[in-house]
Write a protein that binds this ligand. Structure first.
Ligand code: GLV
Ligand code: MG
Length: 338
Protein backbone atom coordinates (compact mmCIF):
# COMPACT_ATOMS: atom_id res chain seq x y z
CA UNK A 1 0.00 0.00 0.00
CA UNK A 2 1.25 3.52 -0.79
CA UNK A 3 2.25 5.40 2.31
CA UNK A 4 1.95 8.95 3.57
CA UNK A 5 5.73 9.04 3.61
CA UNK A 6 5.77 8.53 -0.17
CA UNK A 7 3.05 11.15 -0.49
CA UNK A 8 5.33 13.79 0.99
CA UNK A 9 8.46 12.46 -0.69
CA UNK A 10 8.46 14.98 -3.56
CA UNK A 11 8.69 17.78 -0.98
CA UNK A 12 11.03 16.19 1.48
CA UNK A 13 14.31 16.97 -0.23
CA UNK A 14 16.98 16.92 2.46
CA UNK A 15 14.39 16.58 5.22
CA UNK A 16 14.71 13.83 7.84
CA UNK A 17 12.78 10.68 6.99
CA UNK A 18 9.43 10.77 8.78
CA UNK A 19 9.48 8.25 11.62
CA UNK A 20 6.36 6.48 10.50
CA UNK A 21 4.90 4.86 7.44
CA UNK A 22 1.13 5.12 7.70
CA UNK A 23 -1.00 3.83 4.82
CA UNK A 24 -2.17 6.43 2.32
CA UNK A 25 -5.80 6.12 1.27
CA UNK A 26 -8.07 8.82 -0.19
CA UNK A 27 -9.62 10.87 2.60
CA UNK A 28 -10.90 14.01 0.88
CA UNK A 29 -14.17 13.74 2.74
CA UNK A 30 -14.68 12.52 6.30
CA UNK A 31 -18.45 12.16 6.54
CA UNK A 32 -19.93 12.41 10.03
CA UNK A 33 -23.02 10.53 11.16
CA UNK A 34 -24.73 10.11 14.52
CA UNK A 35 -24.92 6.37 15.30
CA UNK A 36 -27.73 6.94 17.82
CA UNK A 37 -29.96 8.10 14.98
CA UNK A 38 -31.54 4.96 13.52
CA UNK A 39 -32.98 6.79 10.50
CA UNK A 40 -29.50 8.03 9.62
CA UNK A 41 -28.01 4.57 10.14
CA UNK A 42 -30.57 3.08 7.75
CA UNK A 43 -29.32 5.37 4.97
CA UNK A 44 -25.66 4.39 5.36
CA UNK A 45 -25.52 1.60 2.75
CA UNK A 46 -26.30 4.23 0.07
CA UNK A 47 -23.83 6.69 1.53
CA UNK A 48 -20.82 4.44 2.13
CA UNK A 49 -19.73 4.14 -1.53
CA UNK A 50 -19.96 7.94 -1.95
CA UNK A 51 -17.47 8.87 0.80
CA UNK A 52 -13.77 8.26 1.36
CA UNK A 53 -14.23 8.06 5.14
CA UNK A 54 -17.38 7.31 7.12
CA UNK A 55 -17.08 8.51 10.72
CA UNK A 56 -19.41 7.61 13.58
CA UNK A 57 -19.49 10.57 15.92
CA UNK A 58 -19.84 9.89 19.64
CA UNK A 59 -18.64 13.28 20.89
CA UNK A 60 -20.07 16.81 20.65
CA UNK A 61 -23.35 16.89 18.79
CA UNK A 62 -24.54 13.74 20.58
CA UNK A 63 -26.61 14.49 23.68
CA UNK A 64 -25.20 13.37 27.02
CA UNK A 65 -28.19 11.06 27.58
CA UNK A 66 -27.62 9.48 24.17
CA UNK A 67 -23.92 8.65 24.50
CA UNK A 68 -24.42 5.00 25.31
CA UNK A 69 -27.05 4.55 22.57
CA UNK A 70 -24.60 6.13 20.11
CA UNK A 71 -21.81 3.79 21.17
CA UNK A 72 -24.10 0.76 20.85
CA UNK A 73 -25.43 2.08 17.52
CA UNK A 74 -21.88 2.31 16.21
CA UNK A 75 -21.21 -1.33 17.05
CA UNK A 76 -24.37 -2.31 15.13
CA UNK A 77 -23.37 -0.18 12.14
CA UNK A 78 -19.91 -1.77 12.07
CA UNK A 79 -21.32 -5.27 12.31
CA UNK A 80 -24.07 -4.68 9.77
CA UNK A 81 -22.18 -2.99 6.94
CA UNK A 82 -19.48 -3.83 4.45
CA UNK A 83 -17.33 -0.74 4.04
CA UNK A 84 -15.56 -1.85 0.86
CA UNK A 85 -12.93 0.73 -0.07
CA UNK A 86 -14.36 3.28 2.36
CA UNK A 87 -12.49 3.84 5.61
CA UNK A 88 -14.42 3.51 8.87
CA UNK A 89 -13.49 5.94 11.64
CA UNK A 90 -14.95 6.90 15.00
CA UNK A 91 -14.76 10.17 16.93
CA UNK A 92 -14.68 9.08 20.57
CA UNK A 93 -15.36 11.33 23.54
CA UNK A 94 -12.36 13.12 24.99
CA UNK A 95 -10.28 11.15 27.45
CA UNK A 96 -11.18 13.45 30.33
CA UNK A 97 -14.93 13.14 29.73
CA UNK A 98 -17.10 10.54 31.52
CA UNK A 99 -17.37 8.47 28.30
CA UNK A 100 -13.97 8.46 26.56
CA UNK A 101 -12.49 5.47 28.38
CA UNK A 102 -15.64 3.36 28.02
CA UNK A 103 -15.80 4.22 24.31
CA UNK A 104 -12.37 2.64 23.83
CA UNK A 105 -13.00 -0.29 26.18
CA UNK A 106 -16.20 -1.14 24.29
CA UNK A 107 -15.25 -0.43 20.69
CA UNK A 108 -11.81 -1.99 20.36
CA UNK A 109 -12.83 -5.50 21.49
CA UNK A 110 -16.18 -5.35 19.69
CA UNK A 111 -15.29 -3.82 16.32
CA UNK A 112 -11.55 -3.06 16.44
CA UNK A 113 -10.88 -5.15 13.33
CA UNK A 114 -13.15 -2.86 11.30
CA UNK A 115 -11.93 0.45 12.72
CA UNK A 116 -9.26 2.20 10.67
CA UNK A 117 -8.81 5.37 12.71
CA UNK A 118 -9.88 6.76 16.09
CA UNK A 119 -10.37 10.51 16.07
CA UNK A 120 -9.50 11.97 19.46
CA UNK A 121 -10.94 15.39 20.31
CA UNK A 122 -9.54 18.18 22.50
CA UNK A 123 -5.96 16.92 22.33
CA UNK A 124 -3.75 19.20 24.43
CA UNK A 125 -0.31 17.65 24.16
CA UNK A 126 1.75 14.50 23.59
CA UNK A 127 0.55 13.06 26.91
CA UNK A 128 -2.98 12.56 25.50
CA UNK A 129 -1.60 10.65 22.54
CA UNK A 130 0.71 8.57 24.77
CA UNK A 131 -2.29 7.64 26.92
CA UNK A 132 -4.44 6.42 24.03
CA UNK A 133 -1.44 4.78 22.35
CA UNK A 134 -0.68 2.57 25.36
CA UNK A 135 -4.33 1.83 25.98
CA UNK A 136 -4.85 0.79 22.37
CA UNK A 137 -1.75 -1.42 22.51
CA UNK A 138 -3.23 -3.32 25.45
CA UNK A 139 -6.72 -3.55 23.99
CA UNK A 140 -5.44 -4.67 20.59
CA UNK A 141 -3.26 -7.35 22.17
CA UNK A 142 -6.15 -8.61 24.28
CA UNK A 143 -8.49 -8.67 21.28
CA UNK A 144 -5.88 -10.41 19.09
CA UNK A 145 -5.89 -7.61 16.51
CA UNK A 146 -2.97 -7.74 14.10
CA UNK A 147 -3.41 -4.34 12.45
CA UNK A 148 -2.82 -1.24 14.61
CA UNK A 149 -5.68 1.24 14.86
CA UNK A 150 -4.43 4.69 13.87
CA UNK A 151 -5.07 7.93 15.77
CA UNK A 152 -6.23 11.27 14.41
CA UNK A 153 -6.18 14.28 16.74
CA UNK A 154 -8.40 17.35 16.60
CA UNK A 155 -6.50 20.58 17.12
CA UNK A 156 -9.06 22.64 19.00
CA UNK A 157 -7.48 24.19 22.07
CA UNK A 158 -4.92 26.97 22.35
CA UNK A 159 -2.65 24.59 24.24
CA UNK A 160 -3.01 21.96 21.55
CA UNK A 161 -2.01 24.48 18.88
CA UNK A 162 1.02 25.45 20.98
CA UNK A 163 2.00 21.75 21.21
CA UNK A 164 1.19 20.81 17.63
CA UNK A 165 4.67 19.50 16.82
CA UNK A 166 4.87 17.16 19.79
CA UNK A 167 1.33 15.92 19.13
CA UNK A 168 2.27 14.93 15.56
CA UNK A 169 5.42 13.20 16.79
CA UNK A 170 3.86 11.46 19.80
CA UNK A 171 3.18 8.03 18.28
CA UNK A 172 3.69 6.06 15.08
CA UNK A 173 -0.09 5.62 15.17
CA UNK A 174 -0.62 9.30 14.32
CA UNK A 175 -2.51 9.45 11.02
CA UNK A 176 -3.35 13.14 10.90
CA UNK A 177 -4.78 16.27 12.48
CA UNK A 178 -8.02 18.17 11.89
CA UNK A 179 -8.65 21.79 12.70
CA UNK A 180 -11.56 22.15 15.15
CA UNK A 181 -12.58 25.79 14.65
CA UNK A 182 -15.62 25.78 16.94
CA UNK A 183 -13.93 24.55 20.11
CA UNK A 184 -10.78 26.47 19.24
CA UNK A 185 -12.74 29.72 18.92
CA UNK A 186 -14.29 29.15 22.36
CA UNK A 187 -11.00 28.16 23.97
CA UNK A 188 -9.24 31.21 22.58
CA UNK A 189 -12.09 33.55 23.57
CA UNK A 190 -12.52 34.52 19.94
CA UNK A 191 -15.77 36.40 19.28
CA UNK A 192 -17.32 34.27 16.58
CA UNK A 193 -20.25 31.95 17.20
CA UNK A 194 -19.89 30.20 13.83
CA UNK A 195 -18.56 26.68 13.21
CA UNK A 196 -15.66 27.46 10.87
CA UNK A 197 -15.72 29.89 7.98
CA UNK A 198 -15.16 33.63 7.97
CA UNK A 199 -16.79 36.48 9.86
CA UNK A 200 -18.03 39.75 8.35
CA UNK A 201 -16.30 41.72 11.10
CA UNK A 202 -12.87 40.17 10.50
CA UNK A 203 -11.73 42.33 7.62
CA UNK A 204 -9.24 44.82 6.30
CA UNK A 205 -10.24 48.14 4.77
CA UNK A 206 -8.68 49.64 1.70
CA UNK A 207 -6.54 52.76 2.33
CA UNK A 208 -8.23 56.15 1.75
CA UNK A 209 -7.87 57.53 -1.76
CA UNK A 210 -5.99 60.87 -1.38
CA UNK A 211 -7.78 62.16 -4.51
CA UNK A 212 -11.23 61.26 -3.16
CA UNK A 213 -10.94 61.14 0.65
CA UNK A 214 -14.70 60.75 1.14
CA UNK A 215 -15.06 57.87 -1.33
CA UNK A 216 -16.38 54.56 0.01
CA UNK A 217 -13.45 52.29 0.82
CA UNK A 218 -13.76 48.61 -0.02
CA UNK A 219 -13.38 46.01 2.71
CA UNK A 220 -12.11 42.45 2.34
CA UNK A 221 -12.93 39.59 4.67
CA UNK A 222 -9.96 37.72 6.08
CA UNK A 223 -9.73 34.05 6.97
CA UNK A 224 -9.54 33.71 10.78
CA UNK A 225 -8.24 30.11 10.41
CA UNK A 226 -5.29 30.84 8.18
CA UNK A 227 -2.66 30.97 10.90
CA UNK A 228 -3.69 27.75 12.62
CA UNK A 229 -4.18 25.84 9.41
CA UNK A 230 -0.78 26.87 8.05
CA UNK A 231 0.89 25.95 11.33
CA UNK A 232 -0.91 22.61 11.36
CA UNK A 233 0.07 21.82 7.76
CA UNK A 234 3.75 22.52 8.48
CA UNK A 235 3.73 20.31 11.58
CA UNK A 236 1.93 17.46 9.79
CA UNK A 237 4.22 17.52 6.76
CA UNK A 238 7.32 17.65 8.95
CA UNK A 239 6.13 14.45 10.66
CA UNK A 240 4.72 12.65 7.62
CA UNK A 241 1.04 12.74 8.66
CA UNK A 242 -2.08 14.25 7.03
CA UNK A 243 -3.60 17.70 7.69
CA UNK A 244 -7.38 18.27 7.35
CA UNK A 245 -9.71 21.23 7.58
CA UNK A 246 -12.53 20.34 10.01
CA UNK A 247 -16.23 21.28 9.99
CA UNK A 248 -18.12 24.00 8.15
CA UNK A 249 -21.35 24.55 10.05
CA UNK A 250 -23.42 26.72 7.69
CA UNK A 251 -24.82 23.83 5.65
CA UNK A 252 -26.93 26.14 3.44
CA UNK A 253 -23.94 28.26 2.40
CA UNK A 254 -22.39 25.84 -0.05
CA UNK A 255 -20.39 28.61 -1.73
CA UNK A 256 -18.59 29.70 1.43
CA UNK A 257 -18.05 26.05 2.36
CA UNK A 258 -16.38 25.42 -0.98
CA UNK A 259 -14.20 28.53 -0.56
CA UNK A 260 -13.10 27.50 2.93
CA UNK A 261 -12.31 23.96 1.79
CA UNK A 262 -10.41 25.29 -1.24
CA UNK A 263 -8.25 27.60 0.89
CA UNK A 264 -7.34 24.57 2.98
CA UNK A 265 -6.59 22.46 -0.11
CA UNK A 266 -4.37 25.14 -1.60
CA UNK A 267 -2.48 25.44 1.69
CA UNK A 268 -1.78 21.70 1.78
CA UNK A 269 -4.72 20.04 3.56
CA UNK A 270 -5.83 16.69 2.10
CA UNK A 271 -9.50 16.72 3.13
CA UNK A 272 -12.29 18.15 5.29
CA UNK A 273 -15.30 16.98 7.29
CA UNK A 274 -18.76 16.71 5.82
CA UNK A 275 -21.60 17.31 8.28
CA UNK A 276 -24.39 16.87 5.74
CA UNK A 277 -24.61 14.91 2.47
CA UNK A 278 -24.60 18.20 0.54
CA UNK A 279 -20.97 18.75 1.61
CA UNK A 280 -19.74 15.36 0.31
CA UNK A 281 -19.40 16.31 -3.34
CA UNK A 282 -18.01 19.73 -2.42
CA UNK A 283 -15.13 18.14 -0.50
CA UNK A 284 -14.48 15.49 -3.13
CA UNK A 285 -14.33 18.10 -5.86
CA UNK A 286 -12.22 20.61 -3.96
CA UNK A 287 -9.64 18.13 -2.65
CA UNK A 288 -9.04 16.58 -6.08
CA UNK A 289 -6.74 18.50 -8.45
CA UNK A 290 -8.59 20.23 -11.30
CA UNK A 291 -8.11 18.87 -14.83
CA UNK A 292 -6.59 22.16 -16.01
CA UNK A 293 -4.03 22.07 -13.18
CA UNK A 294 -3.13 18.46 -13.97
CA UNK A 295 -2.69 19.35 -17.65
CA UNK A 296 -0.49 22.30 -16.80
CA UNK A 297 1.59 20.22 -14.40
CA UNK A 298 2.11 17.56 -17.12
CA UNK A 299 3.19 20.23 -19.56
CA UNK A 300 5.79 21.62 -17.15
CA UNK A 301 7.10 18.17 -16.18
CA UNK A 302 7.43 17.20 -19.87
CA UNK A 303 9.18 20.47 -20.69
CA UNK A 304 11.62 20.04 -17.80
CA UNK A 305 13.01 16.70 -19.02
CA UNK A 306 15.20 15.36 -16.21
CA UNK A 307 13.73 17.93 -13.80
CA UNK A 308 16.80 20.16 -13.58
CA UNK A 309 17.66 23.51 -15.08
CA UNK A 310 15.24 26.17 -16.29
CA UNK A 311 12.81 26.42 -19.21
CA UNK A 312 10.12 28.86 -20.33
CA UNK A 313 6.56 27.48 -20.54
CA UNK A 314 3.86 29.85 -21.84
CA UNK A 315 6.03 32.83 -20.89
CA UNK A 316 6.68 31.62 -17.31
CA UNK A 317 10.02 30.50 -15.88
CA UNK A 318 10.04 26.89 -14.64
CA UNK A 319 12.90 25.26 -12.77
CA UNK A 320 13.81 22.45 -10.37
CA UNK A 321 11.50 23.83 -7.65
CA UNK A 322 8.45 24.46 -9.82
CA UNK A 323 8.70 20.98 -11.33
CA UNK A 324 8.43 19.61 -7.78
CA UNK A 325 5.26 21.64 -7.25
CA UNK A 326 3.86 20.13 -10.44
CA UNK A 327 4.79 16.61 -9.32
CA UNK A 328 2.78 17.13 -6.13
CA UNK A 329 -0.34 17.74 -8.23
CA UNK A 330 0.37 14.85 -10.60
CA UNK A 331 1.11 12.49 -7.72
CA UNK A 332 -2.19 13.33 -6.01
CA UNK A 333 -4.13 12.96 -9.28
CA UNK A 334 -2.50 9.56 -9.88
CA UNK A 335 -3.25 8.32 -6.37
CA UNK A 336 -6.88 9.39 -6.58
CA UNK A 337 -7.29 7.73 -9.98
CA UNK A 338 -5.75 4.43 -8.77
C1 GLV B 1 -14.88 20.45 15.97
O1 GLV B 1 -14.89 19.55 16.76
C2 GLV B 1 -14.84 21.82 16.35
O2 GLV B 1 -14.85 22.06 17.56
O3 GLV B 1 -14.83 22.67 15.44
MG1 MG C 1 -14.84 20.25 18.74
Amino acid sequence: MRSAKDFFAPLAVGAPTPPRDIPWRPSRVIHFFDPSNEKMAAKLPGLIPRVDVLLGNLEDGVRADNKIAAREGLVKVAEGNDFGETQFWVRVNSIDSPWGLDDLLTLVPAIGAKLDVIMLPKVQGAEDIHYIDRLLAQLEAKAGLTRPILVHAILETARGVGNVEEICAASPRMQGLSLGPADLAADRRMKTTRVGGGHPGYLVRQDPNPDAPDAVRATFQQDPWHYTLARMVDACVAHGIMPYYGPFGDIADVTACEDQFRNAFLLGAVGAWSLHPVQIDIAKKVFSPEVKDVEWAKKVVDAMGDGTGAVMVNGTMQDDASVKQCRVILDLARRLAA
